[in-house]
Design a protein around this ligand. Structure first.
Ligand code: UDP
Length: 309
């Protein structure tokens, strides 16, 4: 199996799960937002090979490959706003190159797509049949349009070359190995709460998100990989919270007495987001099982250790 973005948050958890299943993994990452520390515990493992490489240039892997999982991309808004052109390149050229690898090897292909393909959605919750509401020329367009292009390219490779394509539309996911400074709401709030600093709520905090714990996410992704369905499937937790609610829950689980401060809402910040996971339930028999508070408690423990280390 080939995993791109293998040193990233989701990529590294996928590597763990695949190796635990007895698969061999060629892990590729250019370490632009990924961290070697996420995979260094795997370096002694017989089935694990790490290659530092940017898949936007080209990809070649010797020997047979049965599955390609394309997870390389900056994924937090802070990261993709800082890396707009690499984000567009890895979603477009990187997807083309990795699909080319899958075609050459006759491999199945799993694309990490995103709830951002729905943009600032006008249909709520979002089913896979919704075409979305994206601003192509706004700052988030670099991520949203790259992933929309990636989905189109994956479907074209399926139609033209018969590649077994799986597309996961991944909704907000959190857990161990989030970078403390990645700028996402869960990592920001937990780090701020742990340090006794004010929690930075953007806008009025009335915008909503639905947060999936990483173990649930990885289980959903691997079930999708093995399933027969070609085309996008939402993988996320349908339990929806406002950002202000999340801030209060973070204070509760960390026992922090931090205050809340309000800061401007980022441009094109989606006002609501919640996956309709009917398809995942029917097709995969999958749904999340870890409660938000439990996931946050585990993540807080990990972040506390990461901040100490
Ligand atoms: N957010 C916030 N405070 C922060 C970071 C983010 O209020 O310190 C908000 C952000 O404006 C958005 C939501 O939390 O409405 C989720 O942001 P995140 O960056 O985690 O991911 P997104 O879902 O926007 O891709």
């Amino acid at each position: 199996m080939v995993v791109t973005g293998a040193a990233g948050f989701l990529g590294s958890h996928l590597c763990d799960a695949l190796l635990a299943d007895g698969d061999e993994v060629v892990a590729i990452d250019n370490l632009s937002t990924g961290k070697l520390g996420n995979v260094e515990h795997l370096f002694g493992h017989d089935g694990f090979t790490f290659v530092r490489h940017d898949v936007s240039t080209y990809v070649w892997v010797p020997g047979p490959v049965d599955v390609v999982l394309h997870f390389a991309s900056p994924a937090s808004p802070r990261d993709y706003l800082e890396l707009p052109i690499p984000t567009l390149k890895v979603g477009s050229l990187g997807t083309h190159n990795t699909l080319g690898l899958a075609k050459d090897k006759g491999a199945r292909y799993l694309l990490a797509s995103t709830s951002e393909v729905y943009g600032d959605p006008q249909v709520h919750p979002q089913p896979e049949t919704y075409w979305g509401h994206v601003n192509p020329v706004g700052p988030r367009g670099v991520y949203d349009e790259a992933k929309r292009f990636a989905e189109a390219m994956a479907m074209a490779y399926h139609r033209a070359h018969g590649i077994e394509v799986r597309i996961a539309r991944i909704f907000n996911t959190f857990g161990e190995r989030m970078r403390p400074g990645d700028g996402r709401v869960v990592s920001n709030f937990l780090v701020q709460a742990l340090r006794g600093e004010p929690l930075t709520v953007y806008g009025e905090g009335e915008q909503t998100r639905s947060f999936c714990y990483v173990a649930d996410q990885v289980a959903g992704l691997l079930t999708l990989l093995d399933a027969d369905h070609v085309g996008p499937v939402n993988v996320g937790n349908p339990e929806e919270h406002t950002v202000a609610e999340l801030a209060r829950i973070v204070l509760e689980v960390t026992g922090s007495s931090s205050s809340l401060v309000f800061a401007p809402l980022p441009v094109d910040d989606p006002s609501q987001r919640r996956p309709d996971i009917t398809l995942a339930r029917q097709l995969l028999g999958w749904e999340p099982t870890v409660a938000l508070r439990d996931g946050l408690t585990r993540t807080a423990r990990w972040l506390a250790a990461a901040l100490d280390g």
